[in-house]
Write a protein that binds this ligand. Structure first.
Ligand code: MIG
Length: 789
């Protein structure tokens, strides 16, 4: 039977929240975290359990200004942008803007059922679907970006060979955004139990979310921009630190590269074939009988020397670490954890025993801070001594073989940072806490360099500790479509540093599919080819000469774009801006964007339109409003309509927004191969005024925390008779390059006068390259460039 709050009794203004009491012992707490973020919690028996969250970032800050008006029928809270009305007859909530226009309102609102089997409640919330409302977000889902009419489940699952529409898969991020009447908002339901969201599927005009335990505890996040909703959610749940620049380079993996000679051969071939590459991965076969933190001495007799040799060739080495610890009395990691009681236990006392790669295993309880500390310490040899540069956390849903449900049974106990609970509550955060302990360990022993961790499972907030990949996908065209969507969806769900197994993990891609996948991944934040061992070779040279040439061209472009991509990462870290934006987020005023998934923006200015079909020679592209330059041809086009774009196999349609400045590196084989001596500024004539940014620092280490970085703002101003590019900079980093090569695309007039820093320039520094005006200027003194008709 469902219970609901009864009528209002009183409201108490506490330190940082308002507490509303109902006649039937329901307490509703309303916290204003900022003018645009409101947290709502309900207790059903007159008291709350301890307030604890793994998701919320300790770095979040907000300065709310709120007033309360206690009227006879409604409690009204008002901030500078938002009104929250609480009805006194039933405690139902309506969020409106300052004009009283409804943003979101309770249908039945909060209701609950007592949980017969486990105690506590099954807690539920329902809200009214507004006219023309659309829903997005929810972390990693395999269906269309627009979730209207769908129901999804949050329960992290190992889903080898997952299918389109399959749900749930590896991650659980209970956050959605919604938009109607061109105004957006979001809801983050911070509850780690298995939860469900229904976006008008069961009842067309009702959105509901519920969980099998815990508290009704959600954050209402105001817009009105979709982009700001995502940003505010990302601010709340945190961003990672800047990655080392090499982690944005190309990475090569397979299950598995072994023995050492094979690894060295792959590295050698990368250089021979001139495929730029920064990282090689070692999958589970490097270990001794799959025991974490050990090496198979036959396959890898001297790991330290191998890592050093790879380093000399410009490669970083990343190794996999799983949660399952082999039951083996001779294995020190096992013994230590057993002696210290670090392993998870069943309700009645025995250890949680489960089968994974090493055979029967026990599993550390990563929700215990002591266990996390111990785990971090295990990386001393691997990172500090052997010189491994990053760690890959797999199987951390947690995944188990040969058991119903493929994970721990519900009764398994967890510490949950001093809030003991069962696996029902800890399941969705297990992988995140493992990644967190790994991140701390890698960082601790990394000789002052930045850590690189990648995780498969994640709950909201996991982005603070690790990058992520989307698990065991398939080499199919359908999966290329899913891949396009997964990364966009994760990005708007606070998790930008993501990528897919390029080419597909299962099965073998055709040369064409592999080529198209590389083209897409060139513009996604995490870029790694990975595949299972059983389906043939999946290195860039395994697909014939034609594919190799195209793949090389794109991976080279990836490296050329690193300054732009790194800046985009900086904007994510510091401004919470998703690195990838669906075009609905780019322009929500244009309803033509609301159902489109197969194109997106990378950073401020690049529109990426992957080719998702075999034998394509062209594809339709919806150009958002404004003017765009075709990246490859420089052709200028008007947006706000659909166009047919040329897309031969060597050309994935990409467009640059007019007025943009895209900073680019020279080609390189890996980050740090040679000192960059010139920064190219690709500059696109057009907008009356446009800002572009360049963030730069040493690319590793922590000098940037002491101000040793630059943030440069390039502003372009175009008119019929003039063009101006000006630079404003802050920061103290001294880059290695001494000149900017300014390339001006689309200048519509012949210049009669060119001024650099307000002085007429000598024509020797001006030339034309492929019909584009090129001007080389001194980096250290450059302030402005003006060109007049
Ligand atoms: O049971 O480590 O998703 O990337 O290569 C399979 C072997 C375990 C699953 C991962 C995949 C990895 C594989 N792992």
């Amino acid at each position: 039977m469902d219970f609901v709050p009864s009528k209002f009794v009183k409201v108490v203004n506490q330190n940082n929240y308002y507490q509303v009491h109902s006649d039937n012992e329901v307490i509703l707490r309303v916290y204003f975290l900022s003018d645009d973020i409101v947290r709502i919690r309900y207790a059903t028996d007159g008291h709350f359990d301890e307030d604890f969250s793994y998701a919320i970032s300790s770095k979040f800050t907000g300065t709310p200004t709120v007033s309360m008006n206690d009227t006879p029928e409604i409690l009204i809270f008002k901030t500078s942008t938002l009104i929250v009305n609480i009805n006194k007859t039933d405690l139902k909530i309506i969020f409106t803007d300052l004009n009283g226009q409804i943003i979101c309102r309770d249908e039945k609102g909060f209701h609950w059922e007592e949980h017969q089997k486990y105690g506590g409640n099954i807690i539920k919330m329902s809200k009214v679907v507004q006219e023309g409302e659309h829903f997005y977000g929810m972390g990693d889902k395999t269906m269309h970006l627009n979730l209207r009419g769908r129901r999804v489940t949050n329960w992290a699952m190992d889903t080898y060979g997952f299918k389109k529409e399959e749900d749930p898969i590896y991650k659980a991020i209970p956050f959605y955004t919604a938009i109607h009447n061109q105004k957006a908002y979001g809801i983050f339901f911070d509850n780690t139990f298995k939860s469900y969201f229904d976006f008008g599927s069961e009842r067309r005009f009702v959105t509901s979310f519920w969980a099998e335990g815990g508290e009704m505890n959600y954050y209402f996040i105001n817009g009105p921009e979709l982009l700001d909703v995502t940003r505010r959610y990302t601010h709340l749940t945190g961003t990672p630190e800047l990655p080392p620049l090499w982690a944005l380079g190309y990475q090569q993996s397979k299950w598995s590269y072994y023995p050492e000679s094979k690894v060295m051969d792959i590295a050698q071939k990368m250089r021979e074939h001139k495929i730029p590459c920064d990282v090689i991965y070692l999958d589970i076969d490097y270990m001794d009988g799959f025991r974490c933190f050990t090496w198979d001495k036959e396959k890898f007799p001297d790991p330290k020397a191998m890592v050093a040799n790879l380093k000399a060739m410009g490669f970083k080495t990343v190794v996999i670490i799983d949660p399952g610890i082999k039951i083996d009395e001779e294995y020190p990691v096992f013994k230590e954890a057993l002696e210290n009681n670090y392993f998870c236990r069943r309700a009645d006392g025995p250890h949680m025993k489960g089968k994974v790669w090493p055979g029967e295993c026990y599993f550390p309880d990563f929700t215990n801070p002591k266990v996390r500390k111990w785990w971090s310490g295990l990386f001393e040899d691997l990172i500090g001594n052997i010189g491994i540069n990053g760690v890959w956390n797999d199987m951390n849903e947690p995944a188990l073989f040969e058991i119903d449900g493929k994970t721990f049974p519900d009764d398994v106990r967890h510490d949950y940072d001093g809030n003991p609970c069962s696996h029902r509550k800890a399941h969705n955060v297990y992988g995140t806490q493992m990644a967190r302990a790994t991140y701390k360990g890698v960082k601790k022993y990394n000789h002052g360099q930045r850590p690189m961790v990648i995780t498969r499972s994640a709950y909201a907030g996991a982005q603070r500790y690790a990058s992520a990949w989307t698990g065991d996908n398939i080499a199919s065209w359908e999966h290329l479509w899913i891949a396009t969507m997964q990364c966009q969806r994760l990005a708007i769900s606070g998790f930008s540093f993501v990528g897919t197994d390029v080419g597909g993990f299962i099965d073998h891609p055709t040369p064409e599919l592999y080529t198209r996948w590389v083209q897409l991944a060139t513009f996604q934040p995490f870029f790694r080819t990975h595949s299972s061992g059983d389906h043939g070779e999946q290195e860039p040279w395994s697909f014939g000469e034609d594919a190799l040439q195209i793949v090389r061209k794109y991976i080279e472009l990836r490296y050329q774009l690193l300054p732009y991509i790194y800046t985009t990462f900086y904007q994510y870290v510091s401004e919470y801006t998703p690195m990838l934006k669906p075009i609905s987020v780019y322009d929500q005023t244009d309803s033509d964007t609301l159902y489109r998934v197969d194109e997106f923006l990378l950073g401020d200015h690049l529109l990426v339109c992957p080719v998702l079909e075999p034998n394509a020679k062209s594809r339709y592209v919806y150009l958002p409003k404004g003017n765009w330059y075709q990246f490859w041809t420089g052709q200028k086009m008007e947006g706000g309509k659909e166009v047919l774009a040329e897309a031969p196999l060597d050309q994935m349609p990409v467009y640059v927004r007019e007025g943009a400045v895209i900073p680019m590196f020279p080609k390189m084989q890996y980050v740090g191969e040679h000192l960059v001596d010139q920064m190219t500024l690709n500059t696109y004539f057009g907008a009356s005024s446009m800002n572009s940014y360049l963030y730069e620092d040493a690319g590793d280490g922590y000098e940037y925390e002491k101000g040793i970085y630059n943030l440069k703002r390039f502003k372009t101003q175009s008119s019929e008779t003039s063009f101006r590019l000006s630079l404003k900079r802050s920061g103290h980093y001294e880059p290695t390059y001494s000149t900017y090569k300014i390339v001006i695309h689309g200048l519509p007039f012949a210049p009669s006068s060119i001024l650099v820093n307000e002085k007429e320039v000598i024509t020797a520094n001006v030339y034309s390259e492929n019909h584009k005006l090129v001007i080389v200027v001194e980096r250290s003194t450059f302030i402005s460039l003006e060109i007049f008709k």
